[in-house]
Design a protein around this ligand. Structure first.
Ligand code: TXD
Length: 319
């Protein structure tokens, strides 16, 4: 059986980390693509030289030519620009929308059978646009945010309760951004609902609220500390978990920005929901019961995503 091929569109901070993780785990051969000339080639060379030390077997190459992603099994997209001081959200949207157009066309022409994981922000709108521009089936295009947001939530819960992070199963729904919905009622520690353990351990509701707020602004907290960029280790490892679920037909239920049409009362848009990832890509979306408050929080989040989609349609007439 031929080795799998992983194409990384965007070879910046997350792209480089993705390549390292994918190589270490020997998920397949890796192609780093970027518009910056020399940079993906340089990173590929540097990463290749980790092989003898770390003992992994993967061919890692860098390119500026979409033809080199041909036949990719998995594509992870981080291409785009980050928001810079003075740039409005709409400015960012306009620039990254154009990037999604070129990436979508590159995928359509060269690797239409791939499972595509989008990471570029604003995530819920970019994954939708990438699907539109690539023309791939909805089950083969997904956004990464929920795995990361739940990992942040789980980290903060583990710290608060003084337990191993391995035992925390934290649950986040909705769009990636300030309106995301960390769902405490579905978050457990070794199967014990967080609310119950909070009572046992004397953690009050106000403290849990603070953890939810910190989760919502988890990305911003890191940007504030790094000053020159955003998080990349945890985003990369989260996307790799999704890629592994697909490549290994694992049927994992992971929170992802998946296409939802019908469930949760939604009418064809990408938003964070628990989704089953297996060999067919997104094989199912799990519709869980929500309290009235969670429902209304999800609505706020979905409204924010819809607003972004309208803005995208205004910026590109083909959408
Ligand atoms: O949870 C999530 N989804 C996220 C999203 C968590 C963290 C960061 N998130 C977003 O990922 C972030 O807001 C960015 O939109 C992406 C990528 O973040 P990264 O930190 O890797 O950004 P870099 O280092 O700026 O890398 C982006 C690369 C850079 O090398 C550019 O030259 C390249 O993208 N780029 C392109 N590549 C291909 N094609 C085009 N058109 C292009 N334009 C820029």
């Amino acid at each position: 059986m031929a080795r799998k091929k992983i194409a990384l569109i965007g070879s910046g901070m997350i792209g480089g980390t993705l390549a390292h993780l994918a190589a270490k785990k020997e998920l397949g051969d890796i192609v780093l693509f970027d518009i910056a000339e020399g940079m993906p080639q340089g990173k590929a060379l540097d990463l290749s030289q980790c092989g003898p030390v770390e003992g992994f077997d993967a061919n890692i190459t860098g390119t500026n030519d979409y033809a080199d992603i041909a036949g990719a099994d998995v594509i992870i997209v981080t291409a785009g620009v980050p928001r810079k001081p003075g740039m409005s959200r709409d400015d960012l949207l306009g620039i990254n929308l154009k990037v999604m157009k070129s990436v979508g066309e590159g995928i359509k022409a060269n690797a239409p059978d791939a499972f595509v994981i989008c990471i570029t922000n604003p995530l819920d709108a970019m994954v939708w646009a990438l699907r539109e521009f690539s023309g791939l089936p909805h089950n083969k295009v997904v956004g990464m945010a929920g795995v990361l947001d739940s990992a942040r939530f789980a980290t903060f819960l583990a710290w608060e309760f003084g337990v191993s992070v391995k035992d925390v199963n934290a649950f986040v729904l909705g769009g990636h951004g300030d309106t995301m919905v960390p769902v405490l009622s579905y978050s457990t520690i070794s199967g014990i609902p967080v609310g119950d353990l909070a009572k046992i351990k004397g953690v009050d509701a106000g403290r849990l609220d603070e953890i939810v707020k910190r989760t919502r602004s988890g990305g911003g907290e890191i940007v504030g500390l790094l000053k020159t960029g955003s998080a990349y280790y945890a985003p990369a490892t989260s996307a790799i978990a999704m890629a592994e679920a697909y490549l290994g037909d694992q049927k994992r239920i992971l929170p992802c920005a998946a296409y939802v049409d019908g469930k949760y009362g939604l009418d064809g848009l990408y938003v964070g929901v628990p989704a089953v990832i297996g060999a067919d890509g997104i094989e199912d979306v799990v519709e869980i019961k929500l309290s009235d408050e969670e429902k209304s929080n999800l609505k706020v989040s979905v409204d924010a995503v819809e607003e972004l989609l309208e803005a995208c349609k205004g910026l590109d007439g083909s959408l």
